[in-house]
Design a protein around this ligand. Structure first.
Ligand SMILES: [Mg+2]
Length: 228
């Protein structure tokens, strides 16, 4: 794969910079256990890539929970309030974001989460949030009319840099298949750092696939290399 030089970098948040997948598993496990049901790995695997309301519907149906999907989601939200503030950064996330920021590379956040959710999850990492030129939060942004895999979020995010980079000058970091598809549709190169359980077949359109952000070499895309 031939990499092209870029000038701007867009980051996904959940599962990419933040280790939030484990938190969703913990939440679903707790709510299911309350009704005497076991949230299994098989169900977890079937949910990867789906949105919150779709997950709720699948879980309630699969485990025959005695509540509606809306009630399930409400119970999950109560647990998120407790768990979100303790979510950890993914390995290499801080090093990479800090590095690009210090080297003057314009970076932005392009997440499907809403502002309230981002504020809660980034409460203990707020200094990192301050390094982004801007935050594009799909669920609470009127300009982002469709979610990933639609390219809207990345195109809107790129357009908010003052120098308005072309899509091909932007590099996206994503963990999800829908995010890779969105970057492809936006005509942006995309570095995928996927959950290891995702079928490699689904990652074929990523520009580069890494096991960890720690492995990323910025110079491959014409960005300043790490000093050490
Ligand atoms: Mg993600």
């Amino acid at each position: 794969m031939q990499y092209k030089n870029v000038t701007h970098v867009l980051f996904d948040l959940d599962g990419l910079l933040l280790d939030s997948e484990i938190l969703y598993t913990e939440t679903f496990t707790t709510v299911c256990a309350k009704y005497g049901k076991t949230f299994t790995w098989e169900i977890k695997a079937s949910l990867l890539g789906f949105q919150g309301h779709e997950c709720a519907e699948k879980i309630v149906k699969e485990l025959d929970l005695p509540i509606t999907k809306d009630e399930f989601q409400k119970e999950c939200c109560e647990l998120y309030e407790v768990l979100f503030p303790n979510v950890q950064l993914m390995p290499g996330a801080r090093r990479l974001v800090e590095h690009l920021y210090k080297k003057g590379v314009p970076i932005a956040l392009a997440t499907s989460s809403n502002k309230d959710s981002v504020d809660k999850k980034m409460k203990n990492h707020s200094d990192l949030l301050g390094m982004f030129h801007h935050l594009t939060m799909g669920s609470s942004d009127p300009e982002v009319t469709k979610g990933k895999p639609d390219p809207a979020i990345f195109l809107v995010c790129a357009s908010r840099f003052p120098d308005k980079p072309k899509p091909e000058d932007c590099l996206v970091f994503e963990d999800a298949v829908n995010g890779i598809k969105a970057a492809n549709a936006a005509n942006m190169q995309v570095v995928a750092v996927p959950d290891p359980r995702i079928d490699p077949e689904q990652l074929k359109t990523a520009t580069l696939v890494l096991e960890s952000l720690d492995q990323f070499k910025p110079e491959l895309f014409g960005l300043p290399a790490f000093d050490n």
